[in-house]
Design a protein around this ligand. Sequence first.
Ligand code: URA
Length: 255
Amino acid sequence: NRPHVGPTQCVGPDYRSESQKPIATVSTEVKYETVTTLPQTPQLIALLTFTVSLTYDDCGYRKIRDRNTERADFIFYSNRIIRLLVEEGLNHLPIVEHTVTTPVGRNYAGLMFQGKICGVSIMRAGEAMEQGLRDCCRSVRIGKILIQRDEETAQPKLFYDKLPEDIAERWVLLLDPMFATGGSAIMAVEVLKSRGVPEERILFLNLIASPEGIGNFATKFPKLRVVTAFVDQGLDSKNYIVPGLGDFGDRFYTM
Ligand code: URA
């Protein structure tokens, strides 16, 4: 079990020299303009880390990749990453200039978001990201899509969807934490497109992506934007992301 699986980088604050920074595994680089990977900050890497920090072990400071992390901690730290993803996702929405007058009578020339949004979660794991979206966008509409593997064909099959009726006029933040082969996400995007949402108005937010999923998506939907916290090394024979974090839905809802 090698300590670094994938690219490494010295990670730490700018005021430290490279030799003073610890080395960590960082996101695999991907070449698509439509894919945004969160900055590989010490904060993000620590939240994702799969080894236990000795300093913080006593206060339960274990993070989401660690197989020993308990459910309450998994939820807490996942939520922190989800919040970072949503905040970054919002940076991709259209904005216009907007000036306000402050309480001391001066003008401040700022910006305002333009257009309506909604979230769409891919059940069940995607539902774990809904609260993070609500925390940033208070009364946001949220739709749901249930896609499961058809036992006979082994292909993803649409079982259920409930989407805002005016979804074609909205920007859609599509939510699913693990972007493995992209089979479910591709089907979800096809559902959204069939309801009139153009590809360029969909943002797919996920915590961990595989290079395979990203490649499949970019070929099929060249205008659709992906925001991910980390691109991992690849997939195993069961299509789990590696090194990954296991089954996100199980760890968030049941374990
Ligand atoms: N879904 C998960 O929950 N984990 C993976 O690694 C892949 C898909």
